[in-house]
Design a protein. Structure first.
Length: 131
């Protein structure tokens, strides 16, 4: 007794529909299109603000591009940092700045890292901090 094969297109369409309804498809699509070497370009004015603030607050120890050797490890631009780690460091050192200013500094730091972190979706905690 031969059973007819299940048509593949309707099965695939149903699977895609279920994944989309579950919210998995958008996350998978974002992951697929964001390899570590591809980054979204930040607006020049935001990077200029981030650079100004970074140089004022951090430049003495790190230099303008984070390339100054540090006594406790490699220069900032050679460290393998995550965006979340950068956000935590900037938030703790620049509490007196606005969320937009802190975000500009984070973006500026990411712009000169030799090993760039993956672009990531901000966590709810990060969004609340930038309020």
């Amino acid at each position: 007794m031969n059973t007819p094969p299940i048509p593949r297109r309707p099965v695939a369409a149903c699977a895609l529909l279920l994944l989309g309804l579950a919210g998995v498809w958008p996350a998978a699509a974002q992951w697929h299109h964001r390899p570590s070497e591809v980054r979204e370009e930040k607006p020049a004015p935001a990077l200029a603000i981030g650079k100004k603030l970074f140089v004022e607050r951090c430049g003495r120890c790190h230099n303008e591009r984070g390339d100054k050797p540090l006594p406790d490890g490699p220069p900032l631009n050679e460290r393998k940092l995550t965006r979340e780690g950068i956000v935590r460091a900037v938030d703790s050192r620049m509490r007196d700045k606005t969320g937009d200013e802190r975000r500009a500094v984070v973006d500026y730091i990411e712009s000169f890292l030799k090993t760039r972190p993956l672009a990531s979706i901000p966590t709810l905690e990060e969004i609340a901090k930038f309020g």
